[in-house]
Write a protein that binds this ligand. Structure first.
Ligand code: SF4
Length: 327
């Protein structure tokens, strides 16, 4: 296979995850995946909604529901710091989006940065369990509202191989699309982008893949810009689907179909046994991919050579090497 080129990612990130000592206690929350792996492929745009407003170290804060609105208050003093956090948020979110970020990785369990399951306390500071609401952190809620299709994950959830693989597939493809648009593509470029992503798109959602194909098929030079906008929207919708073994198996079998008349009986048996072991959760996807790459090399196929599905992200991230990366 030809060596793949990968776009450089633009990642908005909670600054404490980068190792900056901006947490309430003067500490950090350095994350190995972000700083030791992703850093090789990404430029980071850090943010911290609390430290510039409240200083470090500082009193811990919590979300409090008052008359249907979420406030941010000190847990001990009950000081209302909503305005300062919101001012920072409304300044910083547009700046990040202007930079055309591909995703955001946020600190879990933070009333400012958390993505989900942040407790909203009652005005007296109490929380009564499941009958009381939960929310996103103030900053991340605004980021989601401002960019509903942006990929956002918490560092803790990215320890899960399945969520990590799906997220990185989403983010690298979004970055490839960003770079593609920046190069002012022609109609032929647009058709080539769709063709090269065929199996990646199919592995996510066949219905949306067909919608995308129909959009490309009806594009002419005079409606190219409109089609690109529609395609980008649908593409982000498709990429938000998480990887499923059954869908991936269909794609593997499609690709194998190119060679089924050429392979030997031994090769055929080996492929079918290996793909079944992948479906049964005994071996990782990379084992099947290696067999198909061998077929492409031995029997040749220009069409498959250029399929992004084979290398959607840098292989060094080893995202397809874990059995748990697919469900
Ligand atoms: S506000 Fe966010 S970035 Fe700042 S320390 Fe807290 S979790 Fe980290």
């Amino acid at each position: 296979m030809q060596p793949a080129l990968f776009p450089r990612l633009r990642i908005a990130v909670s600054d404490c995850l980068r190792g900056t000592e901006c947490r309430y206690n003067g500490g950090h929350a350095q994350d190995d995946f972000i700083n030791q792996q992703l850093a090789n492929y990404a430029d980071f745009l850090p943010f911290c909604p609390e430290a510039p407003v409240l200083g470090t170290p500082r009193e811990t804060i919590q979300l409090v529901g008052i008359d249907g609105k979420i406030h941010v208050m000190g847990t001990r003093t009950r000081r209302d710091v909503t305005e300062g956090i919101e001012n920072y948020t409304h300044r910083m979110v547009p700046k990040l989006l202007e930079q055309r970020i591909d995703c955001a990785i946020v600190k879990s369990r933070s009333p400012s940065c958390g993505l989900e399951r942040i407790k909203v306390y009652r005005p007296n500071g109490q929380w009564f369990g499941s009958s009381d609401p939960m929310s996103s952190g103030v900053f991340t809620a605004h980021l989601q509202q401002s960019a509903p299709q942006l990929a956002i994950e918490e560092e803790g959830r990215l320890q899960d191989a399945w969520l990590r693989e799906s997220f990185m597939m989403q983010v690298f493809t979004a970055a490839r699309w960003r770079e593609f648009l920046a190069a002012e593509p022609s109609l032929a470029d647009f058709q080539a982008f769709h063709r090269d992503h065929k199996y990646l798109l199919l592995s996510k959602n066949e219905t949306l893949y067909r919608h995308l194909g129909a959009l490309v098929a009806t594009t002419r030079k005079d409606n190219l810009q409109e089609s690109l906008r529609g395609y980008g929207y649908l593409l982000m919708e498709l990429l938000a689907y998480r990887s499923k073994r059954g869908h991936v198996r269909n794609v593997l079998d499609h690709i194998y179909g190119y060679f089924k008349k050429q392979v030997s009986e031994d090769e055929k048996q080996h492929y079918h046994d290996t793909v079944q072991e992948f479906v049964d959760g005994i071996i990782p996807l990379v084992a099947v991919i290696k067999i198909l790459e061998q077929f492409v090399k031995r029997y040749g196929s220009d069409y498959l050579q250029s399929q992004v599905f084979f290398h959607p992200y840098p292989p060094e991230l080893a995202l397809r090497s874990k059995i748990t990366a697919y469900r």
